[in-house]
Design a protein around this ligand. Structure first.
Ligand code: IPE
Ligand code: MG
Length: 225
């Protein structure tokens, strides 16, 4: 979700207004996913690098996240959507950790969809942590190096049990992954749009999905027929 700041600047507004409008775009996108039958949505809401932003902007983003959780909790319940997080939850303010844990606990058995919030998330960190965890197990004599294959490694990532993304959308004209789901994105289809995140909605989501449906995914194999 990129472009909140530029959206606000273009309107002579404070960046925080862009983030507020971005939260509305999230609401529309969640609805769009429900309509399209998309079962997993991961939102890159706050990266491990976003901590480098000015303190007041971080505070605004955290405040919005709290508000989002309070406002969307009913929706998750109503539509039986399970909430999960990836990233370093413990790096977040403790009130938000509490809110997140409560919402996850409440929704853990819901089976109509999964919303995954990437918070204080960085792909390299996630991979490094998984490698370190395994190394520690080996050092403690609880595992052997030859036991580690792709599946075993993936099961140590934050996304254990979550399917790899079919489609990754990035808004605002940037064409890079910026440390998002580096391991999991190996065969994901990528879709870029110049639309700024606060302007993103059901139409853009539908366009991206339509484009995705026309693609042939081969996973390194040869085209069939
Ligand atoms: C994304 O918009 C907001 C998040 C950090 C989730 P930006 O704040 O990066 O907006 P630009 O890139 O400055 O326009
Ligand atoms: Mg940006």
């Amino acid at each position: 979700m990129d472009g909140n700041g530029r959206w606000a600047e273009q309107r002579g507004l404070d960046r925080s207004e862009g983030h507020r409008a971005g939260a509305e775009a999230v609401r529309r996108t969640l609805q769009g996913c429900r309509n399209l039958g998309i079962k997993y949505l991961t939102l890159y809401a706050f990266s491990s690098e976003n901590w480098r932003r000015p303190k007041d902007e971080i505070q605004q983003l955290m405040q919005l996240l709290r508000q989002f959780l309070q406002e969307r909790r009913q929706d998750l319940h109503k539509h039986r959507i399970r909430l999960l997080t990836i990233g370093e939850l413990t790096a977040l303010p403790s009130e938000i950790q509490d809110d997140l844990r409560a919402a996850m606990e409440e929704s853990r058995n819901y089976d109509q969809g999964t919303l995954i919030l990437a918070l204080s998330y960085g792909g390299r960190r996630e991979i490094t942590r998984a490698a370190r965890d395994f190394a520690e197990e080996v050092a403690a004599g609880k595992a052997r190096p030859e036991e580690l294959d792709e599946q075993a490694f993936a099961s140590r990532l934050d996304t254990a049990g979550i399917p790899d993304p079919d489609l990754i959308i990035r808004t605002s004209g940037e064409q890079r992954l910026s440390n998002f789901l580096l391991w999991q994105a190996s065969y994901s289809e990528l879709w870029f749009t110049n639309v700024l995140w606060p302007d993103f909605g059901k139409d853009e989501l539908r366009d991206a999905v339509e484009d995705y449906k026309r693609r042939h995914r081969r996973y390194g194999a040869r085209e069939q027929g």
